[in-house]
Design a protein around this ligand. Structure first.
Ligand code: CP3
Length: 348
């Protein structure tokens, strides 16, 4: 895992839909509460304090790499970090998620979303990225929250079940919605550019809750700002992954935003997902994370089913359909990595 040797390329080859010597695998939320070594060093304060500590964040990012032998590392940070760093008033409450002191409610709140200056506002993120690039011999994935998902936190003020305020705002005042989404796109672009310039080899745009929208609303209200994000990083030449949960109905649109890799949750098969995105776009996914709690026989069968559904296509990055739950036994994830590496093939 030391950075002495040149970085391994299986993950990046799959991102570019090129054949590799194995099917690469990593897990969303691979760092975190399912790991005893994470719980041992994380402390009890806000995760935002842990993220602001570059040495701690570096170590937390490396923990799953050591344990699992995954093919990519993901920066330990959070999608609300830029919003927090510009002083919008965000905390991440343990067991709840992001909570906003004064939710976004009207035009006057736009000025609270000023541009991000990564060197000044999030120097600790860049220090963590630089530390990691020096320590890793696999690629580091940087990330940002997509405008819709970050807006949903800013507007709802806390995790939501129905996203009613967000949907009401976008339909009642489209001009305000587009102005908000545009500012959040700029935040994501500034953050992603700074992570890549510090050494990240790929980026993932998390639009975790976009699947709450119908396809027509996704196209009208979300696609323009997410397209702006991918356009804003295109010159950097690193692959872009576009992820959401429950987004099967508009996977093709998510690809059209300018992504190289599309995240697929467990609701549709990889074979079906491939019919919905253009040729040359890679897929990432799609084991149902809940199955990790069902015992190894179930997990092994489900892992093999994901590989079978991909049918040897070179553009496949094995992952879960969403993040690792805290209750998951890390030993199971270790076995999944070994199985994917032993049995996955990318022969087209
Ligand atoms: O391993 C990794 O994936 C990297 C670290 C990472 C975290 N958050 C750390 C974290 C990443 C990529 C994120 C992104 C993120 N944050 C998303 C998109 C990914 C997804 O899951 O869809 C979202 C929606 C958030 C917002 C957020 N932050 C939520 C919903 C929560 C969980 C609240 C809880 O306690 O259950 C957080 C907190 C958070 N971010 C934790 C971690 C490891 C857990 C809390 C902690 O350890 O303090």
């Amino acid at each position: 895992m030391t950075g002495a040797s040149p970085p391994d390329t299986a993950f990046l080859q799959a991102c570019w839909s090129q054949p590799a010597d194995r099917v690469p695998v990593w897990f969303m939320r691979q760092a975190g509460r399912s790991l005893p070594e994470y719980r041992a060093i994380r402390g009890s304060g806000s995760i935002l304090d842990a993220i602001a500590d570059a040495e701690l964040s570096t170590e937390i990012t490396l923990q799953p790499v050591r344990r699992y032998g995954v093919d990519a590392a993901i920066l330990f940070s959070d999608i609300v970090v830029p919003l927090h760093a510009i002083g919008f008033g965000v905390d991440v409450v343990p067991g709840v998620g992001p909570v906003i002191e004064q939710p976004f409610a009207g035009t006057a709140d736009l000025q609270r979303i000023r541009p991000l200056e990564p060197d000044v506002d999030t120097p600790y993120v860049l220090e963590t990225v630089r530390n990691l690039v020096g320590a890793l011999d696999i690629p580091l994935i940087g990330f940002a929250g997509a405008p819709f998902t970050v807006a949903s936190y800013a507007i709802e003020g806390r995790p939501s079940k129905n996203y009613a305020r967000t949907k009401a705002l976008m339909h009642a005042d489209p001009d305000l919605w587009f102005a908000l989404a545009d500012r959040l796109a700029d935040l994501a672009i500034a953050s992603l550019r700074s992570q890549v310039n510090a050494g990240a080899s790929a980026v993932q745009l998390f639009d975790s809750w976009a699947g709450q929208l119908g396809a027509a609303d996704y196209r009208r209200f979300v696609l323009p700002a997410s397209t702006k994000v991918f356009a804003g990083i295109a010159d950097l030449g690193v692959p872009g992954i576009h992820f959401g949960v429950g987004t099967g109905e508009f996977l093709g649109d998510m690809a059209a935003a300018g992504a190289d890799v599309i995240g697929v949750d467990w609701r549709i098969s990889l074979a079906e997902a491939r019919r919905r995105v253009p040729t040359g776009i890679a897929l990432q996914g799609n084991l149902d994370p809940a199955l990790l709690l069902a015992g190894w026989d179930v997990v092994a069968d489900a892992t093999r089913a994901v590989l079978a559904s991909n049918a040897g296509h070179p553009g496949h990055i094995f992952n879960l359909g969403h993040g690792v739950f805290p209750e998951v036994d890390p030993g199971i994830l270790e076995q999944v990595v070994a199985l994917v590496h032993a049995e996955g093939r990318t022969d087209g």
